[in-house]
Design a protein around this ligand. Structure first.
Ligand code: NAP
Length: 287
């Protein structure tokens, strides 16, 4: 939207994070609003942890329609909301807030945003052996949804204590027991031969360290599905290696676009123009 297109009726959405400058959500959402001819504008807000309460009061006070929430606010933001939907509550993190007539409602679209690209490729997690690398916020949403869908999950994390605590919480909420191991070469070579799906949910491989990967080609094979949720670069080293090994690959941009599309639908009540959002995100990442 150009500044001369802003009217008295323009509704405001945005993203809060610290940092937030790198976010491609503004480009993606503004492209979607434009495509559907909606009088909406999406902007980034740099909100430091000390200002989170004021930011959420501001959302109410300024009648901002919707917000995405990114690092480091996904957990802390929950205390400032009027309600949190059951999925977000179980995951313990909110990445979308909808202002419904002054009531702030929290949702988590990261989990469903991860699942949808798998389903698009006709990959059903039920009964699959899934190896997840990382035990941070994104891993938690992914483990939750895959566990709910009946996958058998092993989580490998650099800091092993963190994974144990995390697994107990997810297992309690989904009722499915998960395994946890320290992320090291020996454990990788044990779990990889029986893995159907490998997910990198760490930040390893992210630009500028785009030559890094936690899993080398010798541990990858045809028929396996490899998902890297890192979206910058567009094709990570892990995905390149997986392609060479003949595995099916899914890049982080898919989860990014899907969580955005599901956020868009919460705010507008309309079906998101997924392809337009994907195109805008790809273009922004290549730039
Ligand atoms: P986070 O909560 O900070 O967790 C980071 C995870 O990466 C932790 O498990 C950490 O292990 C691990 N890690 C970091 N450096 C490592 C290294 N050198 N070796 C091994 N493990 C390492 O972050 P997050 O929110 O989960 O995000 C993780 C990544 O996913 C980021 O790159 C983020 O951009 C991406 N992401 C993508 C999407 C998407 O839509 N595509 C959505 C969310 C996040 P320790 O516990 O040992 O520190």
């Amino acid at each position: 939207m150009l500044s001369e297109d802003i009217t008295g009726r323009t509704r405001l959405c945005g993203i809060i994070g610290d940092p937030v400058e790198h976010s491609i959500s503004p480009v993606m959402h503004n492209a979607a609003f434009k495509k559907l001819g909606l009088d909406y504008l999406y902007i980034p807000f740099h909100v430091t942890p000390g200002n989170l309460r004021r930011a959420m009061e501001g959302m109410r006070g300024l009648n901002i329609s919707g917000l995405n929430v990114t690092i480091p606010h996904k957990v802390e933001v929950m205390q400032f909301l009027d309600s949190v939907d059951p999925t977000a509550e179980k995951i313990g993190a909110v990445n979308v807030v909808f202002n419904s007539g002054g009531l702030l409602q929290g949702f988590n679209t990261d989990a469903e945003g991860f699942l949808q690209p798998l389903l698009e490729k006709k990959i059903d997690p039920k009964g699959k052996n899934v190896v997840i690398l990382g035990a941070g916020g994104a891993s938690r949403a992914i483990a939750f949804i895959l566990s709910e869908r009946g996958a058998d999950i092993t989580i490998l994390n650099r800091t092993s204590g963190k994974a144990i605590q995390f697994i107990e919480t997810v297992s309690q909420t989904t009722g499915k027991i998960m395994g946890t191991l320290e992320l090291n070469e020996m454990n990788l070579s044990t779990v990889m031969p029986v893995a159907d799906i490998l997910i990198n949910a760490t930040s390893v491989g992210m630009s500028p360290d785009s030559n890094d990967t936690l899993v080398t080609r010798d541990l990858l094979r045809p028929g396996m599905v490899v998902v890297d949720i890192v979206y910058n670069p567009f094709k990570t080293k892990l995905l390149m290696e997986a392609e060479k090994a003949g595995a099916t690959t899914i890049g982080g941009i898919e989860m990014l676009v899907w969580q955005g599309a599901l956020s868009f639908e919460k705010w507008t009540g309309l079906k998101a123009p997924l392809e337009e959002m994907r195109k805008a995100a790809r273009k922004a990442l290549k730039a």
